[in-house]
Every structure is written in C-alpha cells, then in structure tokens.
Design a protein around this ligand. Structure first.
Ligand code: TYM
Length: 329
C-alpha cells in the first residue's frame, strides 16, 4: 500500500489554499493509502518568539484537520513535538544537505526578506532539513502538497539519495503529488501572490472558519481586470483564472470548462463564493463540536503519536545502524 506523509504548520488560521492544495487531498487519499499527517509545531518555532501561542494553535489545527475529514480511525494524525525522532533525524539530514543547497530555497529567501529587520533564525535556514526528516522517517512514497512545497520535496529527494549512496539503502525516495486544480490558490486581492498566512492583509484570504457573509464579501471584492472576458489564462488574467480554478476545484471540473459557463465577472464571483460557503459550512459545524471536547482531541493526538513513533523509531534506528554509530550497550 502506498505510504503518504504530509504536514501543516500551526501558524495562523487554515485558509482555502491549505484546504484545496493539501487537506482535501489528504482526506481523499486516506482511504486508498497508508496516511500519516503531522501538525508541525517545531517548524512554527522558526518564526515564533512568544510563549503560549503554539500549543493552543496546535489543538485548533487538530480540530480543523478532523473537521475537514481526516478520520483518526484511518489516518495517523500526530503532533511533531510528540515524536522526538523528528528532531533526532533532522540533525542527520542537516549533515546531508549543503549550505549552498539550503541557500537556494526560495521559501527561505522570501521569508527572510519579509522579516526585514526582525530576527532571522538559523532554524528558518535549516527548515528544509527538518521537513526532510518528517518525510523520510515514515518511508513515504508520496507527499501531497501545494505547489509552493515542491522545492522542499525535491531537496528531500536529494538528501535521501545522497544518504543512501553514502551509507547504503536507508530511505525511500519520495515523490511530490500536487492536485490538478487548487495547487496554487492566490490571494483574492493580489492574484499574482499565493494565498498565505503571512500576507499583510486578510482581505484576500479566505479562512476555513470565516462566516459565510465574510466569505461572500471577499469574493465580491476579488480583484479581476478590465477587459471583461471570462477566460482561463493565469499569465494575463490572474484574478479571473484564480476564481475559475477555485470554482473548478470545489465542483470537480476543469477551469477551462467552468470558464465556458460564464460571460460576466459578477456571476462568476458569486458562484465561486457560494461554492466555497457550501464546502466550508459543514466543516465549521464539525469544528465547533470538536472544540467542545478538548480532552478527546488530546486523546486522539496521543494515539496518533504512539502510532507514528512505532514507524519513526524503526527508521531512526535503521539510520543510526547504517551510519555505524556505536550502540549504547
Ligand atoms: P504550510 O503549513 O504552509 O501549508 C500546508 C499545506 O498547504 C499548502 N498550501 C497551499 N496550497 C495551495 N495554494 C496555496 N495558496 C497554499 N498555501 C499553502 C502547502 O503547499 C502545504 O501542502 N513546510 C510545510 C509544512 C511541512 C511539510 C512537511 C509538508 C513540514 N514538514 C513534510 C509536507 C511534508 C508548510 O509550511 O506548509
């Protein structure tokens, strides 16, 4: 059975890009694959410098993942810091990747530039090594992500191949998987930029927990263009194409097919907003229910971590053995 691993950071609210680019595909995949999904709280520390924030966000994110359809009876959902093997393997992956390779990561360059005068941690730089450890610990065949994570999966492949050639077959070399529609949802106000938790304004970001009226308002105000033609063309019509792609992803059609049904922007904006509201309303109800029983959420996460550790500890031991580290006794 294909083994799948993918993770999400507990920084800010989950948005439509996270849902269409990742979570929805994890939910579909959990029935065909052996699925592992992590809430990567240690990754969040690369940009966190205040106490008491990451813990509550982690629990809220767990409720969002379960509300979105991850079934704890089927998929293994765990918190990264509950599985210490992630930190342990990340030292090995750091020693298997070069300074030059890490310097070329576009996400590091973007995030470091956005922080300007703020503290840029070494963790922000070595972040892809921890991400590689997340993936390699589970012998993942596939990593379902949005387009922005492609480079991080590619560097993971390089790390796995380099380690295997140095120390013998140890890691499965994973493949990146992105969805046909929804792999890069862009900001409704700035349609050439990806929808991102770290944007300056919330006006172009649709959060999973936004009220229906707020969602409709964001879609009605979405930036388009002035030529008035409904056509799918990311390069010259980014705003309209984003709306078409969102509606396509929500309704299981292709963006070009959706474009054929519209001659004006107004109805397209309205229908895209409606489709998103329909998709998110049941998730919001389940989220509220789940947040009403935090002890149960914690229990589910504890069970997820136990299952994750069974796999992760075997991979870590195999890695130490293949390197030839001296066993403790
Ligand atoms: P994160 O937390 O930023 O995002 C979680 C998932 O959502 C996808 N995504 C998007 N997809 C489409 N359109 C968008 N605008 C959009 N924004 C985000 C991301 O591609 C991702 O799949 N580094 C990762 C977390 C991570 C990870 C891993 C992922 C840590 N270890 C191991 C996979 C495997 C991140 O920051 O994702």
């Amino acid at each position: 059975m294909t083994r799948v691993l993918s993770c999400i950071q507990p920084t800010g609210g989950v948005h439509l890009g996270n849902y269409l680019g990742a979570l929805r595909n994890w939910v579909i995949g959990q029935h065909e694959c052996d699925a592992f999904h992590g809430i990567v709280d240690l990754h969040a520390l690369t940009v966190t410098d205040r106490p008491g924030l990451v813990g509550p966000s982690t629990l809220e994110l767990a409720a969002t993942l379960f509300a979105g359809g991850l079934d704890p009876e089927v998929a293994t959902v765990f918190v990264q810091s509950h599985v210490p093997e992630h930190s342990q393997l990340s030292w090995i992956t750091e020693c298997t990747v070069s300074y030059g390779e890490l310097s070329r990561m576009t996400q590091f360059k973007d995030k470091a530039a956005k922080r300007e005068a703020d503290f840029v941690s070494a963790g922000l730089f070595t972040y892809p090594a921890l991400q590689a450890a997340d993936i390699l610990l589970y012998d993942a065949d596939e990593v379902p992500v949005g387009e922005d994570q492609r480079q991080h999966v590619e560097i993971t492949r390089d790390i796995a191949m380099r380690f295997n050639s140095r120390f013998g077959e140890t890691f499965v070399v994973p493949k990146v998987v992105t969805p046909k529609a929804g792999a890069k949802v862009t900001d409704l106000q700035e349609p050439t930029a990806k929808m991102s938790k770290s944007s300056n304004s919330d006006a172009g970001i649709v959060y999973l927990l936004d009220e229906p009226a707020a969602i409709m308002k964001k879609f009605k105000r979405a930036v388009t263009d002035s030529d008035g033609e409904v056509r799918f063309d990311r390069a010259t019509k980014p705003g309209v194409s984003n709306l078409l792609e969102i509606l396509a992803a929500c309704t299981g059609r292709s963006p070009a097919e959706v474009a054929g049904s519209y001659s004006q922007y107004g109805p397209l904006k309205n229908d895209a907003g409606q489709a998103v509201v329909e998709l998110l309303t049941p998730i919001q109800h389940r989220y509220r229910e789940l947040m009403g029983d935090r002890a149960e959420l914690s229990r589910l996460l504890r069970r997820g971590a136990d299952k994750a550790r069974e796999v992760a500890s075997r991979t870590l031991q195999r890695t130490y053995d293949n390197i030839g580290l001296l066993p403790p006794n």
